[in-house]
Design a protein around this ligand. Structure first.
Ligand code: SF4
Ligand code: FES
Length: 230
């Protein structure tokens, strides 16, 4: 970074800007973590999870879709934002069935690691125990809707990277769910291929390629080496 590069301040650290940057993309490039679930540099932003909420000059904004502005003061690590992130994560956990000990994504799951980073030790809210039918109709990809956090990464990957539009979000309120574009509404009748990016971008254990689960030894999974204590 040269002296003339425009920067903003993230929790006391200068972060260099490039044209088109959001607060989150600039921070990610600088190696500074702003907690997030529904953002990926591969696809456009959806601002659906709100885990990336920061204070930009005192105003709460979703860092994944808010343009970075030179000279701005951005706060991510305040006590109230930490509590808000914890509550958001607790809401996501009670809304679905996140039985991590039996989930193939455990150790590789972004929701699980964000909860660990947030210091989540209890669920806080009433558990809803949804009973949405699992869709195992596709020969190579499983859909477990009780783990879906509606991040829409598969929706955007199918649309923007695969050019297929296999997925969409439908319904309202607590009944909102991931829809599959096929005559039967089932994955097996859709255009999804296991080679599609949409089949692999799910940050949790909702969309899973079949016959590859539990392949990585505990200790070598994506987040196993991260020390999230204190
Ligand atoms: S299936 Fe996975 S990627 Fe798709 S919306 Fe649900 S959690 Fe997100
Ligand atoms: S990462 Fe910004 S709202 Fe989800």
């Amino acid at each position: 970074m040269s002296a003339v590069d425009p920067t903003f301040d993230l929790d006391g650290q200068p972060v260099a800007l490039q044209p088109g940057d959001t607060i989150l993309s600039a921070a990610a490039r600088a190696g500074l973590d702003i907690p997030h679930l529904c953002w990926s540099e591969e696809v456009s932003g959806s601002a659906s999870c709100r885990l990336c909420t920061v204070l930009a000059d005192g105003r709460p904004v979703a860092a994944c879709v808010t343009p970075a502005v030179a000279g701005q003061k951005v706060e991510c690590r305040t006590a109230s934002l930490a509590t808000q992130r914890l509550r958001l994560l607790q809401m996501l956990f009670v809304e679905g069935n996140h039985f991590c000990p039996g989930c193939e994504k455990s150790g590789n799951c972004v929701l699980q690691v964000q909860a660990e980073r947030a210091g989540m030790t209890e669920l806080h809210f009433e558990v809803l125990n949804p009973e949405r039918p699992v869709d195992a109709s596709h020969p190579d990809v499983l859909f477990e809707p009780n783990r879906c956090i509606l991040c829409q990464l598969c929706v955007r990957a199918s649309d923007e990277l695969d050019g297929k539009r296999v997925f969409a979000i439908g319904g309202h309120g607590i009944a909102t769910r991931l829809l599959i574009d096929s005559p039967s509404g089932r994955l097996g009748d859709s255009a999804l291929s296991v080679d599609d990016r949409a089949a692999h971008i799910c940050p949790v254990g909702a969309l899973l390629p079949k016959r590859v689960g539990f392949a990585v030894p505990i200790g070598q999974r994506r987040f196993d080496t991260e020390d999230t204590r204190g």
